[in-house]
Design a protein around this ligand. Structure first.
Ligand SMILES: [Zn+2]
Length: 329
């Protein structure tokens, strides 16, 4: 007997909509769940997978029928999960051919077949095109679940064949209890919730020891840059493997700086503990230049997720040189 699979609490309203559709027999055969990383898309998907395969579902999967036990044990013959291979970024056509074979057979347990593709934007063009026919005519009792952080990176032909469920960033009241339970205190929960831009699972990631240490180190780096330290020497101290996280922090701090520079208000800052550093930076830089740096950082992150960076050390140096130029001007 396993615990019934439930979605995270702030996704409960969306869950009720899905349950109502399923109970009315109107669940579409292809759903696209989108929303930023850290919003909890997998929890909604797992609850739906479990309920769809369950032989005696109530509001959620029962947790003790044969299907639920197979699923809890990690294998159900009518469920297929597709993600990039270990260490790879793309979902290739071979994986989609397997899906096409899978949907051409009948379900072994006599119920639904469920196919999960995550992240769906990892499908390359050939893979996407190979999926179209199955997505269009999957046969009866088939559910495609596509998960995507950045749905704009999907081919329009894929998007148009799915019912698109865009998940909204939850409000503080919807997730603060949940975070408080996990982070041990309300102040702590609030701090990381803010730093994560309202994304609860991202908040948990940021509060992990390694991530806290990186944040502290970056704080010191930028403090040093404001005081005129040499950016290339500072870059050598940072972990090149953390380039994506370093850019992510840079983007969050730039958004704070722009907010502070435009309005002068400090209440809405994501990182209020950095206010003294921000004040110094705002004195030296111009908002227009912060916007430019923000565009640069977003583009760097996009390139990184598309193909990796062949020289992360150089990318780190270039990043800090740009910051330094603004902070010293
Ligand atoms: Zn069950």
């Amino acid at each position: 007997m396993s615990d019934p699979v439930r979605p995270l609490p702030w996704l409960e309203p969306r869950w009720q909509e899905l349950v109502a559709l399923a109970d009315a027999g109107r669940l579409p055969h292809a759903l696209l769940f989108s929303g930023p990383h850290g919003i909890g898309k997998p929890s909604l998907a797992e609850a739906l997978i479990a309920r769809t395969l369950c032989q005696a579902p109530g509001e959620v999967a029962c947790g003790h029928c044969h299907a639920c036990r197979m699923l809890a044990a990690g294998y159900h013959p009518d469920l297929m999960r597709v993600s990039p291979d270990e260490g790879k970024r793309q979902i290739r056509i071979d994986a989609i051919r397997e899906i096409n074979g899978f949907v051409s057979q009948t379900a072994q347990q006599g119920g639904y077949r469920v196919i999960v593709i995550s992240p769906a934007e990892a499908m390359n063009v050939a893979a996407s095109n190979a999926l179209l026919k199955s997505l269009e005519e999957p046969g009866g009792r088939t559910l495609f679940l596509l998960l995507s952080d950045i749905p704009s990176h999907l081919l329009p032909t894929i998007r148009s064949r799915c019912q698109h469920w865009s998940l909204a960033v939850p409000g503080e009241a919807e997730c603060l209890d949940w975070l408080t339970e996990r982070l041990g205190g309300r102040e702590e929960a609030r701090f990381w919730w803010q730093a994560a831009g309202g994304l609860p699972l991202r908040a948990l990631e940021l509060a992990e020891p390694d991530s806290r240490a990186l944040r502290q180190q970056l704080h010191e780096t930028f403090d040093a840059l404001v005081r005129g330290a040499e950016p290339v020497a500072e870059a050598a101290r940072l972990d090149r493997q953390a380039l994506d996280a370093i850019l992510w922090y840079g983007i969050a701090w730039l958004e704070d700086l722009i907010r502070l520079g435009l309005s002068g208000e400090s209440e809405a800052l994501r990182n209020p503990d950095l206010l003294p550093l921000y004040r110094q930076a705002v004195k030296n830089g111009r908002v227009r230049d912060w916007f430019r740096l923000l565009d640069y950082a977003r583009e760097q992150r996009r390139l990184l997720s598309a193909g990796g960076n062949p020289n992360p050390q150089l990318a780190l140096e270039a990043w800090l040189v740009r910051w330094s130029a603004l902070l010293r001007s």
